[in-house]
Design a protein around this ligand. Structure first.
Ligand code: NAD
Ligand code: UDP
Length: 320
């Protein structure tokens, strides 16, 4: 008999790719979302699939699921800096109250739950690359604190349910991931640069552009999450691509890829923007036998093809 999995944040970027993967693997998938940052378009292709069911619901309210559940993937949360600056209270609530509801549901259903944490738990890291045993450097009261601290609380309450209720839990610390279905106007650097190139606007690099990130293609991220769910490891695991690049060099790569005639311009660096970020994936390699396979050139080509396929209306529509 096929297993049933609940995926929260199903209409978002990562959630929708996870729905695709688990349906392809023969699971009965229940997607849940309240569309606060997601888009119905991301799951439109699944609505007629017999093994997919969608429930519109805000998970900060009690989550009620009829019948049996084997697994839960908890991915609901605003995830881009402009989203969580715009909806800070909802961000804190979904990471805290929302996670509490899902842990309670997992306990009631005796389901295994995997929660989506983030490299942001390391804040502006003083250890480089970041290993799972680094405790992080987060400004609790800064504007990004609402996301970082919600995710840190999420990890703590998950471990408490694991230790106190013997719940089967998994924690993935996701590093910057990209690919088709990212929201064009979510402010994250890849949709920002690609949207600017396609609209004929200058590419806006924040600060001096020497800050670094390491970008992981979505298929690699989904594979890492899939392997982690079925592992027996309850502590946090970094999943990301260690190939690090400065934002300035990255902007230059995107100028070449998109063949835009626009310039790179410099704007103020947002408060608490981390200066460097690169996952140490030794643990994932060892316990999951996982490492990313898609290099940035290939992943960026696929991502650009997605953004190029958007309609003019979508390309020019202002924020969500
Ligand atoms: P996204 O914004 O595309 O998706 C998040 C989804 O969660 C959206 O569809 C949104 O509507 C839904 N949601 C938010 N609050 C909700 C609530 N209260 N009830 C129900 N649904 C709600 O973001 P994403 O990039 O797909 O991120 C998914 C998860 O992965 C998040 O938890 C995020 O913190 C984590 N993550 C993502 C990245 C990345 O690079 N994409 C990096 C680190 C962590
Ligand atoms: N960034 C930029 N220009 C933009 C959007 C983002 O230079 O138009 C920078 C941002 O300041 C950060 C990096 O790109 O240093 C990655 O930003 P993103 O929001 O994608 O992710 P995060 O900061 O959460 O890693």
């Amino acid at each position: 008999m096929s297993k049933t999995i609940l995926i929260t944040g199903a209409a978002g970027f990562l959630g929708s790719h996870l729905c695709d993967r688990f349906i392809a693997e023969g699971f009965e998938v229940i997607g849940m979302d309240n569309f606060i940052t997601g888009d119905r378009k991301n799951i439109q292709h699944l609505l007629d699939v017999p093994s997919f069911k969608f429930i519109e619901h805000d998970i900060t309210e009690f989550v009620n699921i009829q019948g049996h559940l084997d697994y839960i993937l908890h991915f609901a949360s605003p995830a881009s800096p402009i989203d969580y600056l715009k909806i800070p209270i909802q961000t804190l609530k979904v990471g805290s109250l929302g996670t509490h509801n899902l842990l309670g549901l997992a306990k009631a259903k005796k389901a295994r739950i995997l929660i989506a944490s983030t490299s942001e738990v390391y804040g502006d890291p003083l250890v480089h690359p970041q290993t799972e045993d680094y405790y992080g450097n987060v400004n609790t009261i800064g504007p990004r604190g609402v996301y970082d601290e919600a995710k840190r609380f999420q990890e703590s309450i998950t471990m408490a349910y694991h230790r106190f209720h013997c719940l089967e839990t998994r924690i993935v610390r996701i590093f910057n991931t990209y690919g088709p279905r990212m929201r064009l106007n979510d402010g994250r650097v890849i949709p920002a640069f690609m949207g600017q190139a396609l609209r004929g606007e200058d590419l806006t690099v924040f600060g001096d552009g020497l800050q670094t990130r390491s970008f992981c293609y979505v298929d690699d991220q989904v594979e890492g999450i899939y392997k982690l769910l079925f592992s027996d490891y309850a502590y946090p695991v970094n999943i990301g691509n260690p190939h690090e690049i400065s934002i300035k060099d990255f902007a230059e790569e995107i100028v070449k890829l998109t063949d835009t005639k626009q310039k790179i311009v410099y704007k103020a660096l947002p408060i608490d923007d981390p200066m460097q970020r690169q996952p140490d994936i030794t643990l994932a390699k060892k316990i999951l036998n996982w490492e990313p396979k898609v290099d940035r050139a290939e992943g960026m080509k696929k991502t650009f093809a997605y953004f190029k396929g958007l309609s003019k209306e979508e390309l020019f529509k202002s924020e969500h």
